[in-house]
Ligand binder design. Structure first.
Ligand SMILES: NC(=O)c1ccc[n+]([C@@H]2O[C@H](COP(=O)([O-])OP(=O)(O)OC[C@H]3O[C@@H](n4cnc5c(N)ncnc54)[C@H](OP(=O)(O)O)[C@@H]3O)[C@@H](O)[C@H]2O)c1
Length: 271
């Protein structure tokens, strides 16, 4: 299959109201003159981004307010996105983490994480891949995962589990679809300087500009390139690639213990 081309076609981006998703949407509009469907809960932010991109790059941008923890919002996202419109690429990026001791992770919070990071992604991947196969052959789906899914990551145990799921799900589905006119890319970043660090508390230790922390726009550029090239599994940044390589030859227990050391001192003090 040829490289994916986004010009004049619609790309859907979930989690486009901040961080990586917002930067990927900007790149699709600015560098590829692609039209967009932006999805998140904070509609004011989506509308502001949409106005910026329409004015600056003359592209069409639609916004859908949806909460990926709500089943009806997930199905409505697909219906609204494809009503009278053909989606050529879907970037499933919305995600949340929980940083803290795994035994203290509450049921409601865990259920919301599972719905956002896993259930909605599986459902939307299936729907958009099928839609692309019939309506826009040659398009692609990109799932945003994390290096936390390649190493069991203490203090983000459930998050690490959801991203391990995405790594395997995306790779396995991509293999099933080899030879079909739709590609599945799994994007696997390490630390990115975004709101996620502030919301979860990891920002106490990992700050923008630190070694190993990528800027969101740099990371987004690599992500969109991976989607266009139809790469199956993309780890951005030389340091993350090197880490991944070394960890393949490291006993799993040792890798997990090293991750625990890195994260333990970012934990809030015990009350
Ligand atoms: N930051 C990192 O270090 C890092 C590292 C590896 C992987 N990642 C992954 O990269 C992706 C983007 O994260 P980010 O770093 O850009 O974080 P971010 O700035 O917090 O952005 C998260 C995005 O997801 C959306 N979102 C969260 N919960 C949602 C829900 N229930 N329904 C709909 N949208 C929801 C948010 O929008 P609203 O709040 O407006 O709904 C926001 O646009 C995530 O999948 C994350 O796991 C991040």
């Amino acid at each position: 299959m040829q490289k994916l081309a986004l010009a004049g076609k619609y790309t859907l981006v979930t989690g486009a109201s901040s961080g990586l998703g917002l930067e990927m949407a900007r790149i699709v509009a600015r560098d590829h003159r692609g039209h967009l469907v932006l999805v998140a809960r904070r509609i004011d932010r989506l509308e502001a981004l949409a106005a910026e991109l329409r004015t600056a790059y003359g592209v069409e941008v639609e916004c859908i307010q949806a909460d990926m923890t709500r089943r009806e919002d997930v199905t409505r996202t697909f219906e609204e996105a494809t009503r009278g419109r053909v989606i050529h690429a879907a970037i499933l990026n919305a995600g949340v983490t929980y940083f803290g001791r795994g035994l203290e992770h509450g049921f409601e919070d865990f259920s919301a994480m599972l719905a956002t990071n896993v259930t909605s992604v599986v459902w939307l991947t299936q729907r958009f891949a099928q839609h692309i196969l019939t309506e826009s052959p040659g398009g692609g789906v990109m799932i945003v995962s994390s290096v936390a899914g390649t190493t069991a990551t203490p203090f983000q145990a459930a998050y690490s589990g959801t991203k391990a799921f995405l790594n395997n799900f995306g790779m396995a589905l991509g293999e099933e679809l080899v030879g079909e006119p739709v590609s599945v890319t799994v994007f696997v970043p390490g630390g990115i300087a975004t709101e996620m660090g502030e919301k979860s508390g990891t920002g106490r230790k990992f700050k923008k500009g630190d070694v190993g922390m990528m800027d969101a726009d740099v990371c987004a550029r690599r992500a969109v390139l991976g989607l266009l090239r139809r790469e199956r599994f993309v780890i951005p940044g030389a340091l993350n690639v090197l880490n991944d390589l070394l960890l393949r030859f490291t006993p799993r227990g040792l890798a997990s213990a090293m991750a625990a050391r890195i994260y333990r001192d970012a934990l809030p003090p015990k009350p």
